[in-house]
Design a protein around this ligand. Structure first.
Ligand SMILES: NC(=O)c1ccc[n+]([C@@H]2O[C@H](COP(=O)([O-])OP(=O)(O)OC[C@H]3O[C@@H](n4cnc5c(N)ncnc54)[C@H](OP(=O)(O)O)[C@@H]3O)[C@@H](O)[C@H]2O)c1
Length: 386
């Protein structure tokens, strides 16, 4: 069994789930294997059960790959040997920069998927394919119900990340048609955690709200954030959105567990797609209250913002996080419910839970900077991720 993206926010939780179920996992990652293993160990140590992390070196086999290169950057024989050893391939690696350079996103998310599919296609044991997509392949459609069988570009996309993930999913369909092999696509919504940030843990999407506010504050008023977001005489910071909007936010731990359970089901034909979402959408008002807590100033969601202050107008440009305040669509997850039964309704996503995942406990200070992977000077050069 192989997994890409194990060093990431979701991949680390998936690795935990897979190690609970299987004796060993082959991790396909960039960087020196001993350093990758060290990162995985430090990360898992923050939340996984001790029996998962005990003896990790004997259970996790790290194969260094270059995701976007032919044969994953391996020699022909090494590629064949790897492919033939696999019974399952999980593809979770991806670039999650919402407004990233389309060429970079395409290379990592589309070409990376192509290479992972080629690996699965080459294996003599016909490995099962589990592809991690996103509910946001639904694109710029802001209302209505999105079904698991839908995959269209008819609504356009909110940003280059969404488009690249859509194109990657299309590749999975083309691969399944061409090979006659089944594949499973998981579409999680925005993933969250209540686990406080720590340098040994991968960052997560909501940290980008904090980063965006800091960026706005710094841009106009020098370092720092808070009351500086307001001009003299201005009583509240306004964000364009739907006051009655809603977004689907799902705890990452639960999403990984649901995917691992779905992966144990007998495989059907063609591509099976699952919306891995929370049973209840989170009101945009919860996000408004979160921004209010982070910014330390009153915040209002307004349908139109025809006269933005200079710093309010920046919200359109800081990485694309705030545009999602305009959504009110829901995701149908009938397939997941049919397969696993009615969802255990996890906790509602509230401000306290979200704050817990954004602040080290008891400090109230902004989160510590993530320790950069040893092989990369800065793992997040492009700023905003989902
Ligand atoms: N987070 C969410 O809310 C969310 C929601 C829906 C879907 N998803 C999907 O879930 C998957 C994982 O997301 P995540 O939040 O866990 O992202 P993440 O924390 O940014 O992790 C990304 C993973 O992909 C690897 N990666 C990125 N670029 C790479 C490259 N050029 N070559 C090789 N490996 C590369 C990273 O390796 P390094 O550690 O070496 O950088 C890391 O292991 C993605 O496919 C994403 O589209 C995420």
């Amino acid at each position: 069994m192989a997994l890409t993206g194990a060093t990431g926010f979701l991949g680390l939780r998936l690795l935990d789930e897979l190690l609970r179920r299987h004796r060993s996992v082959t991790v396909l990652a960039r960087g020196a294997p001993d350093q990758v293993l060290e990162r995985l160990t430090r990360g898992l140590d923050r939340f996984a059960a001790p029996h998962t992390t005990a003896g990790l070196a004997a259970r996790v086999h790290v194969v260094p790959v270059r995701l976007t290169e032919e044969n994953l950057g391996l020699t022909g024989s090494a590629h064949r040997e790897l492919a033939d050893a696999l019974d399952v391939v999980w593809h979770c690696a991806g670039n999650t920069t919402l407004d990233g350079d389309p060429a970079v996103l395409r290379r990592v998310n589309v070409e990376g998927t192509r290479q992972v599919l080629a690996l699965a296609g080459a294996g003599r044991r016909l490995p099962a394919v589990f592809h991690v997509s996103t509910a946001f392949v639904a694109g710029a459609r802001r209302t209505g119900t999105v079904y698991e069988d839908e995959l269209t570009d008819a609504y356009g996309f909110e940003g280059s990340y969404e488009r690249s993930k859509y194109e990657a999913e299309r590749l999975v369909h083309a691969w399944a048609r061409a090979t006659g092999r089944p594949a499973v696509v998981f579409r999680p919504s925005v993933l969250t955690t209540g686990l406080p940030p720590h340098p040994d843990l991968p960052e997560h999407p909501l940290l980008n709200i904090e980063r965006a506010l800091t960026e706005i504050g710094r841009e106009h008023f020098g370092p720092g954030r808070g009351p500086e977001l307001l001009l003299p005489g201005q009583s509240r910071f306004r964000l364009a959105g739907r006051p009655d909007g809603q977004l689907n936010l799902t705890p990452v731990e639960r999403a990984a567990a649901v995917m691992a359970r779905l992966a144990e089901l007998p495989r059907g034909e063609g591509v099976q797609t699952y919306h891995v979402v929370h049973g209840r959408d989170t009101p945009v008002d919860v996000l408004r209250a979160l921004v209010e807590r982070l910014a330390g100033v009153p915040v209002a969601i307004v349908p139109e913002l025809p006269d933005p202050t200079p710093h309010e107008s920046l919200t359109d440009y800081v990485g694309g996080v705030f545009r999602y305040l305009r959504q009110r669509r829901r995701y149908d997850d009938s397939r997941v419910r049919a397969a696993l039964g009615p969802p255990d309704v996890p906790q509602d996503i509230g401000v306290e839970y979200l704050m817990a995942g954004l602040r080290p406990p008891d400090t109230g200070r902004p989160p510590m900077t993530r320790r950069p992977p040893p092989h990369l000077p800065d793992p997040r050069p492009e700023g905003t991720h989902r």
